[in-house]
Design a protein around this ligand. Structure first.
Ligand SMILES: [Zn+2]
Length: 224
């Protein structure tokens, strides 16, 4: 039961603290090795976002669903959710934001990473594809990740767009620690989490949960 709660962001018993973020205890040593390897190549590999709880993800979700926080499409254009049919609203949000209970950030094995040494101290990180493109500030980091992530058991599940989540070159995943919790993040455990909470659009989500799960949770890139 605890594993189902960890996998859906409702228990924190799998986590430890590192550099102001929370991460999976089983991912810590490999992440520290990855940072040292990067440091040797002049890269300051840092976590922008690590573990995220169900309630934090629900807040992000609700703010997008209710129009408090902007929703962008794959070309970074603002989307008017009110102009869309209910099911399309879900797809528009899920391009960049997971359903609460269905985020890989619940695992603590997945992090959004950046390199603060290549930008000004007051730089506002956006986590958009331009920043990681070949003329962006994190181009060197992006190329380094392609070359070295696999050496310490990491990969990028959203490296390319495969019809589910948008391409997110900044999102890295520690394969072995994610694997355990992935098996516990199922339509049943996600539905249980949703049923016990206030999530906007819940009545539209639950009848479509199996297809949403297939498209956004199971559609992942293979390790590089
Ligand atoms: Zn991420």
């Amino acid at each position: 039961m605890t594993l189902a709660l960890c996998a859906t962001g409702r228990s924190e018993s799998h986590l430890c603290d590192w550099q102001g973020h929370r991460l999976n205890r089983e991912a810590l040593a490999d992440f520290q090795r990855l940072q040292r390897l990067a440091q040797g190549d002049g890269i300051d590999l840092r976590i922008a976002s690590g573990y995220r709880s169900f309630s934090r993800q629900a807040m992000i979700w609700n703010n997008k669903y209710l129009g408090v926080r902007p929703v962008y499409d794959a070309t970074q254009q603002l989307v008017d959710l009110t102009a869309l049919p209910a099911i399309e609203r879900l797809h528009a949000i899920m391009l960049y934001s997971a359903l609460p209970g269905a985020s890989r950030h619940h695992f603590g094995s997945d992090f959004d990473v950046w390199d603060p040494s290549t930008v000004a101290e007051d730089y506002q990180l956006q986590l958009n594809p331009d920043e990681y493109a070949s003329n962006g500030p994190f181009a060197t980091l992006n190329a380094w990740l392609s070359e070295h992530l696999h050496e310490l058991g990491f990969y990028r599940p959203y490296l390319k767009y495969l019809g589910g989540v948008a391409a997110e070159p900044w999102h890295i995943s520690h394969i072995s620690s994610a694997e355990t919790l992935q098996g516990w993040q199922t339509p049943a455990t996600i539905a249980d989490a949703l049923n016990k909470s206030e999530v906007a659009g819940k009545d539209e989500i639950l009848p479509h949960l199996d297809e949403l799960y297939e498209r956004y949770v199971l559609t992942l890139c293979a390790p590089e």
